[in-house]
Design a protein around this ligand. Structure first.
Ligand SMILES: CC(C)(COP(=O)(O)OP(=O)(O)OC[C@H]1O[C@@H](n2cnc3c(N)ncnc32)[C@H](O)[C@@H]1OP(=O)(O)O)[C@@H](O)C(=O)NCCC(=O)NCCS
Length: 234
């Protein structure tokens, strides 16, 4: 039976980070040809040190890890950071990864639902190139991709992201026609994070989403960019 367990701050010890770094390195994705100093096709790797610097900012931010396990076997995880923005509780999902053999069984959706359980967050954000990660976030935390309308997304997203304790979120450059009406390159709602993961797998996932008859509202994704989803809770 699969169990979902939440760990916070001091309980996110190096042993757990080593386990999720291994899962990430074996399952996340590969570098694209545009990645400087990396070989195209090489797996993107992580380590406990990297996870601490990229995804686990210092207090007063609070860090959360949810793990999905079958016995001792780690099947997937989500890392997230919570902080306060103008009196509102924000939660940013910084890493979401599920073992290849266990995908399309609802694990990512359940990990995110567990993350939000017993919390009264006012908003959730995620930057990702993967349409299935967007789908999981919108299903677990919002109304689902099929019901999403981007015009309802907070016009304060710039300020929210600028206040985020996670470096790559704070420095992401927003891009798309929703931010700038002069943009006509097919981008709608994404950000330049200079993360050059290969887009072949996300492109295939996007075709699958569209084949279900769902109109993809986030637009085109240039190299080094990630789709941006922000879900406000009433
Ligand atoms: C993105 C990822 C986390 C999704 O995990 P998952 O456990 O397979 O996701 P779920 O089973 O919860 O499905 C989430 C959504 O994607 C859809 N989906 C997932 N796999 C699918 C498939 N093979 N075919 C069709 N739809 C699929 C589900 O239907 C669901 O959408 P819905 O609720 O609107 O119907 C997983 O593919 C992954 O780890 N990818 C590599 C790492 C990555 O890119 N992470 C995200 C960035 S941080």
């Amino acid at each position: 039976m699969i169990s979902y367990t939440v760990h916070e701050d001091v309980n996110i010890i190096d042993k757990k980070l080593q386990d999720i770094a291994t899962l990430f390195s074996e399952n996340y994705g590969i570098w694209s040809s545009a990645a400087q100093g990396k070989s195209k096709g090489q797996r993107i790797r992580s380590s406990p040190t990297r996870l601490r610097s990229d995804c686990l900012p210092e207090a007063p931010a609070r860090s959360f890890l949810v793990q999905a396990k079958d016995g001792d076997l780690l099947l997937g995880h989500v890392l997230a950071t919570r902080w306060i923005f103008q009196g509102m509780k924000m939660c940013w999902i910084t890493q979401l990864c599920v073992c290849k053999a266990y995908r399309n069984q609802g694990l990512a959706t359940k990990l995110l639902a567990k993350l939000s359980e017993n919390n009264d967050d006012d908003g959730f954000g995620i930057l990702t190139s993967h349409p299935f990660a967007i789908s999981a976030a919108l299903r677990a935390l919002g109304d689902g991709l099929d019901q999403t309308k981007l015009c309802t997304i907070s016009d304060r997203i710039r300020d929210i992201m600028a206040s985020c304790p996670v470096n790559y979120v704070r420095t992401a450059e927003l891009r798309g026609s929703l931010f700038d009406s002069d943009v006509d390159d097919g981008t709608v709602f994404c950000a330049d994070t200079k993360f050059f993961v290969d887009h072949a797998e996300p492109d295939t996932a996007l075709k699958t989403v569209q084949s279900k008859g769902i109109k993809w509202p986030f637009g085109r994704l240039p190299e080094g960019h990630e789709f941006l989803a922000f879900i406000e809770r009433p």
